[in-house]
Design a protein around this ligand. Structure first.
Ligand code: FE
Ligand code: FE
Ligand code: ZN
Length: 292
């Protein structure tokens, strides 16, 4: 089971992220190279990176299961403000080279929001931007499936496919987010059928990451509010089915579930119960008692 969670990129950079992941019992993890809501980035410390790599090696974390997430203010869809669009492109290029320095293989990117322009054009803009950004020897960009909140692009497999078709490179993949797919209208509870559709539309072999989240909202709500494992509308059994699915056995599953009371990370307990295949009926109180 390749299972981990979102962690912080601390003052110790990737070393700090690795330590945090290990404290949760994770063998995979995802991080932002700085604050997710801005693009201010510190330079990387080679020494900390090397220490992170050896700590991973000692503990059986494979670097290919360590994923970076681009900040969500990057928007490749709207080029009406040419300067902003260029900024997003340049920032992602820099982010790719930072990831390369860290030895990372994959970076998850939200396709973008159309905000005020036609959807079809927005999808074309995303492909055009990706054509500027993608480099064969840089880490691979994974487009995340979105919930369809507001004017978000990439909330159907067909839209993702349209973006991919406009990219002149095969060095691109996809990240499936269970909460987003549920909110976009897909039935995560019938995961076999969903995977078949994924395979038919975009091809299962380009899926290199799964975001494992329960959802606070009903299927098709177009909301995007993540819930702790087992406490949402997708439920423990269905999420467990995703984690241990044979067809995704080499793909890292990353929890992006909310902190309890905004303070206590749920990951140690969520990972424990998913590993055991048993729902923890006292998840929230266990988490609070542990950190209090
Ligand atoms: Fe995301
Ligand atoms: Fe996600
Ligand atoms: Zn989300």
């Amino acid at each position: 089971m390749i299972l981990g969670c979102h962690v912080n990129f601390t003052n110790e950079q990737l070393l700090g992220s690795t330590k945090q992941a290990l404290s949760y019992g994770a063998n995979a993890f995802m991080f932002y190279t700085g604050a997710p809501q801005n693009t201010i980035r510190k330079s990387l410390d080679r020494d900390l990176t090397k220490q992170a790599w050896s700590l991973m090696k000692e503990n059986g974390i494979d670097l290919k299961n360590v994923i970076c997430h681009a900040p969500y203010i990057v928007n490749l869809a709207n080029n009406k403000d040419e300067e902003k669009w260029q900024f997003s492109i340049n920032f992602l290029k820099q982010e790719l080279s930072r990831c390369k320095e860290l030895g990372i293989s994959y970076i998850v990117v939200h396709p973008g929001s159309a905000v005020g322009i036609e959807r079809e054009i927005a999808l074309q803009n995303i492909s055009a931007a990706l054509n500027f950004i993608i480099e064969e020897d840089a880490p691979m960009i994974l487009l995340e499936t979105m919930a369809g909140k507001g004017t978000e692009c990439g909330c159907t497999l067909e839209e993702i496919k349209t973006i991919l078709d406009g990219v002149h490179s095969n060095h691109i993949g996809v990240c499936l987010d269970t909460c987003h797919m549920n909110d976009a209208g897909y039935d995560v509870r019938d995961f076999d059928a969903l995977l078949e559709e994924v395979d038919k539309v975009i091809g299962l072999k380009i899926v290199h990451c799964v975001h494992l989240n329960d959802s606070k909202n009903v299927r098709g709500a177009h909301k995007d509010r993540h819930e702790n494992v087992g406490l949402g509308t997708i439920g423990f059994v269905s999420l467990y089915n995703v984690v241990q699915h044979e067809k995704l056995k080499d793909v890292p599953k990353i929890l992006e579930t909310p902190y309890v009371d905004r303070m206590y990370p749920p990951y140690k307990f969520e990972i424990e119960s998913l590993k055991a295949g048993r729902e923890n009926s006292q998840l929230l109180s266990d988490i609070m008692n542990f950190y209090k």
